[in-house]
Design a protein around this ligand. Sequence first.
Ligand SMILES: [Zn+2]
Length: 165
Amino acid sequence: MECIFCEIVKGNVKSKIVHEDEVSLAFLDINPRTKGMTIVIPKQHYEKFDENFELSARIFLSASIVAEKIKQALNPREILFSIIPSELVKHFHIRIYPVFDEFPLTETKPLIVSEEELESIAGKVRSVRIELKEEKKEEKVEEKKEGKKRSEEEVYWIRRDFEIP
Ligand SMILES: [Zn+2]
């Protein structure tokens, strides 16, 4: 097996998916440091953030959305993020740790979480819907168009809340 994360993207390896969009996938770590620990990856394989920094920017956005979903679903007292190269998996990933009690350290032993509990946690996180303001602004641009073709410049200002007749 070349890359376990690529296999997960292809669906060849089962995972507890909590979030997915065109470019990213987020799933629970099956050997989590804290319950609900999640891994966010680009669907496309690359190792370092700067091999594709624009796509990495989208992955950071996804990580932020996933963290908010975790916050609403699991109500942790804190959420931590880490990006630490892995010896085992050379596929860019952001780790998200919901913190309930102690802060997890890299040396913290993985928890044993049953299949049922992982599925239950994934279900809770997956069911949270997050709507971004940017997406609402897209609609606003559409609404205001009223059959009129907007120039790119007009769209730019409408998205930034300027009134354009
Ligand atoms: Zn990969």
